[in-house]
Unconditional design. Structure first.
Length: 361
């Protein structure tokens, strides 16, 4: 019999604690084992109760969510799902860099506005944690390791928020397309921090992320990378040193127009199983750049990017994937590996170094 997922709810609002707890216990195989109103209380309960999952508010008295995350990941790495409002988008990415597994966007200051949507998201995150949690019936399943603080935080120079000086009129020699999901924001920080400013390459990313968060994430990457990074708009010319993040709720396709390479933000279609769709991005890139396409599949749940990897390989391009050694969730890179289209599978830091070498050739 499958063991229940044991959850600790951390929020300074008694109403939110009660509502989140009610939503969680209504899910099959979930047990709320404790509630905490601040980080100090949460740390004590984590030691006493050893939860499988923690839901975390970030703005709390005494000890806030950021301090709690730093201490938790150093002492007892545990899957953490941040519950945050749209007004605190930047805080979400700070939390992910500190080791949070994922986040749920609440539509208002309290979580009461759309309970059914939040419960559906909670169900998806619990399913993810179940995948990461060893059980008595599956002792070989890897447990949650946690990445801790990203190496991209504080160790890489913060670059001015300006466009790359390499935004020449020429079409890039290489097109790098990246698909990622759970754990992806932190992985992408690592990759983008190592992109060489001298590379004649453009980058397009399909990161599974809710609407209204992708622009904040693109701005964060822009500050940490030698490349000029922006959220996708209707149509953008891709130039060397330029990167585009697909906006949440939409997809991006790459097309050739004469001597120009364009990234087009388009509505999702009923056939897109994931939005943004890594497969759709990869397949369009293979058509547009053929052998000058490099596909990268990073951490994430599901199999997005697998079919696209086959298209890139079939067009003469190269596909690399993050290995199980570093992937928070090995679903997407594992699925790509099983197609036989992946040339190399590498731990994240080695993958970022290898990619940087490829696009400077």
């Amino acid at each position: 019999m499958t063991k229940p997922i044991r959850v600790l709810v951390v929020d300074d609002s008694a109403f939110n604690r009660r509502t989140l707890s009610d939503l969680l216990v209504a899910l099959p195989g979930v047990e709320v084992i404790g509630k905490a109103s601040d980080g100090e209380e949460a740390l004590k309960l984590t030691v006493e109760l050893a939860p499988d999952l923690i839901t975390l508010d970030l703005e709390m008295p005494r000890m806030d969510g950021f301090t709690f995350l730093r201490l938790l990941m150093a002492r007892r790495p545990t899957p953490v799902i941040v519950v945050s409002g749209f007004a605190a988008k930047e805080n979400v990415f700070r939390a992910l860099e500190l080791g949070a597994l994922d986040f749920i966007a609440k539509p208002t200051r309290t979580i009461a506005a759309d309970l059914s949507a939040i419960q559906q998201e909670l169900a998806e995150k619990v399913a993810l944690v179940r995948l990461l949690t060893p059980t008595a019936t599956d002792p070989a399943r890897p447990g949650f390791r946690g990445r801790g603080t990203s190496t991209a935080t504080g160790l890489f120079p913060v670059l001015p928020d300006s466009s790359s000086p390499r935004a020449a009129e020429s079409m890039p020699r290489w097109l790098v397309v990246i698909a990622s999901s759970t754990g992806g924001p932190t992985a992408l920080l690592e990759v983008f921090a190592q992109l060489p400013a001298s590379a004649s390459a453009a980058v397009v990313v399909a990161q599974h992320m809710p609407e209204r968060f992708t622009k904040t994430f693109a701005d964060r990457l822009n500050r940490l990378s030698p490349f000029s990074v922006s959220e996708g708009t209707d149509v953008q010319i891709l130039r060397p040193g330029h990167a585009v993040i697909c906006p949440g709720g939409r997809c991006i396709e790459v097309v050739r127009r004469g001597n120009e390479l364009l990234a087009k933000s388009v509505p999702a279609m009923p056939t897109d199983r994931y939005v943004p769709s890594g497969d759709r991005l990869f397949e369009s890139a293979a058509r547009a750049m053929a052998g000058r396409t490099i596909g990268v599949v990073l951490t994430g749940m599901g199999d997005d990017g697998a079919a696209g990897a086959v298209a890139i390989r079939g067009g003469g391009g190269v596909v690399i994937a993050e290995s199980a050694e570093s992937a928070v969730v090995y679903g997407m890179p594992g699925a790509a590996m099983r197609t036989g289209a992946v040339e190399r599978s590498l731990p994240l830091r080695e993958l970022a170094t290898h990619l940087a070498a490829m696009i400077t050739r």
